[in-house]
Write a protein that binds this ligand. Structure first.
Ligand SMILES: NC(=O)c1ccc[n+]([C@@H]2O[C@H](COP(=O)([O-])OP(=O)(O)OC[C@H]3O[C@@H](n4cnc5c(N)ncnc54)[C@H](OP(=O)(O)O)[C@@H]3O)[C@@H](O)[C@H]2O)c1
Length: 241
């Protein structure tokens, strides 16, 4: 367990949603401090209570102070890492609501601009002027706040089912090596996930698009948890310097 990861607090904005809840659950089970964020305090507290109850029911009770629920701006203010897990059409408004709370922290954007969010096909992407949802986030938060893009390919369904062994690479895009290393440490805390350095933030254009491909594969193979593995690289996911 890396010392860095032990000192992080992760706020999950949209932590009551499918992906956000799954990440909160898995990180809490791995001993990482998590704040479930929501637009509504009560909903956030309900999400945190659900994480605690699901962990207890699985015979893996959590330390009392490991998971809390807070309204998104308070959640962001108290965290060192902010994971954005909201539907694409909500992204701008949510970022506006937490922009003033981002201090000494960085943002990890998991948003995928799926056409389904505006009534289109789930296997298609919306065009985003900036190139990707993550690059839109880059524009919407202060320049001094690092923005990374990651966590698009691990399915919520596989995260929710605690007894399910995860098996997925997590492509991490961004231009901030220090924050990338911090996120790598956090991803490694969840067994079965391997972080892979996918290059600069603009590579999010491709990473986000792969989610639409996975949704198509899920339909074709009648599963809800397809993921990705990159072959031919260092098993640790580290790059060679
Ligand atoms: N589901 C997956 O397997 C998966 C995998 C990879 C990436 N993603 C991406 O992660 C993001 C979240 O996906 P999801 O499936 O977790 O979505 P979801 O189940 O719909 O949950 C998203 C959460 O966002 C919050 N939210 C804030 N503003 C909203 C608005 N205007 N309308 C609806 N919800 C709003 C809601 O929380 P409050 O109501 O509590 O504020 C909601 O619980 C999406 O961009 C998606 O493409 C999802």
């Amino acid at each position: 367990v890396s010392a860095e990861a032990a000192n992080e607090t992760i706020a999950i904005i949209g932590g009551t949603g499918d992906l956000g809840y799954g990440l909160a659950l898995r990180w809490a089970l791995a001993g990482v401090r998590v704040i479930v964020g929501s637009r509504e305090l009560e909903k956030a507290q309900g999400g945190a209570a659900r994480v605690i109850e699901q962990s207890r029911a699985a015979g893996r009770p959590l330390d009392a102070d490991l998971v809390r629920g807070l309204a998104n701006p308070e959640a962001a203010a108290q965290a060192s890492v902010i994971v954005l897990a909201v539907p694409f059409p909500a992204q701008a408004a949510i970022l506006k609501s937490i922009r003033g709370s981002l201090r000494n922290s960085f943002v990890v954007d998991a948003t995928v601009p799926l056409a389904a969010t505006v009534g289109g096909k789930p296997t298609r992407l919306l065009g985003v002027w900036q190139g990707s949802a993550a690059e839109q986030t880059r524009e919407l938060v202060a320049a001094e706040i690092p923005v990374l893009s990651a966590l698009h390919h691990v399915s919520a369904a596989s995260l929710h089912n605690i007894s399910n062994a995860l098996d997925c690479d997590i492509l991490v895009c961004g231009n901030h090596p220090v924050e990338k290393a911090r996120l790598f440490a956090l991803i490694r805390r969840i067994e079965g996930l391997r972080p892979v350095d996918a290059g600069p933030l603009e590579m999010a254009r491709i990473a986000e698009g792969l989610t639409a491909l996975l949704i198509s594969l899920n339909r074709r193979y009648k599963v809800d948890h397809s993921g990705i593995r990159i072959t031919g690289i260092e098993p640790s996911g580290e790059t060679k310097s």
